[in-house]
Design a protein around this ligand. Sequence first.
Ligand code: NDP
Length: 494
Amino acid sequence: MDCIAMYIDGQWVESDSGNVTDIVNPANGRVIAQATRGTAADVDNAVAAAKRAFAPGSAWRTLTADDRAALMVKAADLIEARAEKLAVAETNSMGRVYRETRYDDVYAASGAFRYYASLVHELQGKASAENGDMMTVTVREPLGVCAVIAPWNYSMGTTAAGMAPALAAGNPVVVKPSSLAPVATAMMFEALAEAGFPAGSVNLVLGSGGEVGSALAAHPDVAKITFTGGTETGRDIIGRSATSVKRYSMELGGKSPFIMFDDADLDVAVDRLMFGIFLSQGQVCIAGSRLLVQQGVAERVLDMLKERVPKIRIGMPLDPDTEFGPMVSKRHMERVLDYIRLGVEEGARILIGGHRIAEGAFGEGYFVEPTVLVDCTQDMRVVQEEIFGPVLTVQTFADEEEAIRLANGTRYGLAGGVFTSDLGRALRVCSGVNTGIMWANAYLEDTAGMAVSPHRQSGMSVDGGLDGLLEYTVLKQINLKMTPAKSGWFAGME
Ligand code: NDP
């Protein structure tokens, strides 16, 4: 069986621990690969290699911006050349359906490298000559070793979204993917190695979050941590890493409201709602997991869901026609089913779904039905907590003021959507809801190159666009005096 290795200092290596992690296909419960299980010592080696790559005069530091951009474009081409292999690996190891991994994830990853390659010349500072014969300039410098700790969902996309701006700005990187789904990330590193990134500039460590992730986060030579994952893990990382001063990009959990007014085009709104909550089996940080629907149309919307949700094509994730696959792991499936049970105990009613799918071949995998819970109230844990599965909670509201209040009534602030034909109301709701992304009459669509920033307990970062690139730089001010002159401050120095 394949054993996935780490990539440290330009070499593929297995950990001295001798231990491996089984990679399980969640569609059938079978072990499909093994990954070497790294330790804190492997993290030390990777960070040391990255630190060497950052030293003045190194092969990485002496690349020009054009050289870096060319490497990144080559990496993007090589990722795309492996599109089929990458998509199949990702689908087999985390259950995301092929039509998503093949046509979204691979291009999200290659696109991040291509996009940030195009911005390398935008790393400019400012100049001022206002102060007599003093010229003051500001320049943007790389930070140093950047750690990228990625989740299992959308693993290629989130890993590339962290690596690409870091590399474009001239930083070396150490990546730690989720131990549930490191396969596609390791393949992406084959593309980076083939592209010719200098030794130590891109490193991959494998192993558990508790050992390898926390050792990386706490490492004193790591200048910045880019973490995508749960809010509790993010807080833990900040706490453990506080032994040195670091920068953070934290993209954390969400519980995003999807607000539907009675003047919305309900046909489109219900379609987008289903896309927003059932895509990737709801394992999406910005999933629209809380439907807030205006009282007058609530019954009609629920009838539409009852008619449409059972038509979702549930199947084996590698089948190109499958729209909805398994949960990433047995443990996660059980967590999602526990939440559904909890919702019922709290007083919610299952309108649609609510069970594990266990018939025939599905019984070997970790499938949960697309589920809609009605009669939900704001205090319920199923409304307050991120389930990260195909579970939509439904609440009704009377007016705009109540919709905004309910939307803001959780600790999260990642995303939200509003459907209404009143543009003024759409704008008021978009500014009234305290989240990093809002959609009006759309959901899960955006424009490349525009930055985004999570609010409240959903994180702290600027991701995307030039603003996102600047997050991987530190500003330096340089003052150049044309004619050296004494200060004249202390007496007796004339
Ligand atoms: P986790 O927080 O469990 O793990 C994320 C990563 O952190 C994994 O690589 C994990 O390793 C590692 N990790 C776990 N514990 C530690 C630790 N103590 N120190 C350092 N690293 C650690 O999240 P999931 O992988 O379960 O991903 C789902 C979560 O990610 C959801 O909450 C989702 O909302 C969030 N997410 C947010 C996004 C955003 O942009 N805001 C995008 C995508 C997901 P290991 O796998 O080995 O445990």
